[in-house]
Design a protein around this ligand. Structure first.
Ligand code: ADP
Length: 310
């Protein structure tokens, strides 16, 4: 499969690197309005390839995306001094208007994988601009938050994150909801697992995991200005599910017809991801407080997306 990446900044190039390291696609094409940057990233990544895989990595323009099965959209502009969040959002929506049109012209059958932030809003923007079915316009959503959640639970229980089944729901951002009540380790409820091994999930432990998940990005941004390796690997993981038709259950964002009391809003719940994009949504059974929090997150996203012009 050929994978296009539009936006060869830190996130786009990290996704390209992670994909090249997985060695699961034949071609990666990097496109950026800064052609010199795309070329430099493609060359740098292609020098890593001989150590692990046979993926071809090139820089190109939109025409080179012809035949791509997945196109990752990681293009964006950063905040200007004095610019409001809303103005920034509208400028990013304008970038997407150009980019989505160019991509669909040459790769009308591609699944769009949205990485630009705020990812839920940009996913909804891309869905509307493209006219594609929502199942084919997938935002990375809370894939990384869920990975952090599983990793911190696994660390507390002394097991691998792969043996923990837990998802972060709603917005990829401050209103996200950690799905504690239905989280499992192996096939056992978290509470029971934790008691059986003598490491109970006290309020303090939960609080510290909650903060670890919510504040992870802020801590990284404080230290190095941006986050990219984690999301790059998360994007590569979604591409793998599509390229190999794995039908993995991943928490990703698509426009969802109905969630709690909100209609047509992009947010994350666990979904089955395969060759055709999102195959099915899995709406988890939640405790009352989690249900309310998910409704609040959905309403907030809906309000935000309706406030921008695009
Ligand atoms: P991030 O950390 O999210 O990757 P960057 O600023 O490093 O942010 O990367 C965003 C990239 O998107 C930049 O390389 C920029 O040149 C690119 N970009 C912005 N607008 C467009 C556009 N209209 N078409 C293609 N690429 C774009």
């Amino acid at each position: 499969m050929k994978v296009g990446i539009v936006g060869a900044g830190m996130v786009g190039s990290s996704a390209g690197y992670a994909l090249a390291m997985l060695g699961i696609v034949s071609d990666i094409v990097l496109v950026d309005r800064n052609a010199a940057l795309a070329l430099a990233q493609a060359e740098d990544i292609s020098h890593a390839v001989p150590f692990v895989s046979a993926t071809t990595v090139i820089a190109g323009d939109y025409a080179d995306l012809t035949g791509a099965g997945v196109v990752i959209l990681a293009a964006g502009v950063s905040q200007k001094p004095g610019e409001t969040r809303l103005e920034l959002l509208e400028r990013n929506a304008a970038v997407f208007r150009d980019v989505v049109g160019e991509v669909l012209r040459v790769a009308p059958d591609a699944i769009l994988l949205i990485a630009s932030n705020p990812v839920d809003i940009m996913t909804q923007v891309a869905t509307r601009l493209s006219g594609l079915p929502p199942q084919r316009v997938i935002g990375s959503g809370t894939i990384l938050d869920s990975a952090r959640f599983r990793s911190l639970i696994g660390r507390h229980l002394g097991i691998s994150p792969q043996s923990v089944h837990a998802y972060v729901l709603g917005e990829h951002g401050d209103s996200e909801v950690l799905g504690w009540s239905n989280a499992r380790a192996g096939s056992v409820s978290l509470q029971s697992f934790a008691e059986q091994i003598g490491s109970p999930l006290t309020d303090d432990v939960r609080q510290s995991i909650d903060e670890g998940v919510r504040n992870a990005a802020y801590k990284i941004i404080n230290g190095k200005g941006a986050t990219y390796y984690g999301i790059g690997a998360g994007l590569a993981r979604i591409v793998k599910a599509i390229a190999q038709d794995q039908r993995d259950v991943l928490s990703v964002s698509i426009v969802t017809p109905h969630i709690v009391d909100v209609e047509d809003v992009a947010l994350s719940v666990p979904r089955i991801v395969g060759a055709d994009g999102v195959v099915a949504d899995l709406i988890p059974e939640l405790e009352a407080s989690e249900h309310t929090a998910l409704g609040r997150s959905a309403a907030l996203l809906k309000e935000r997306v309706e406030s921008i012009k695009f």
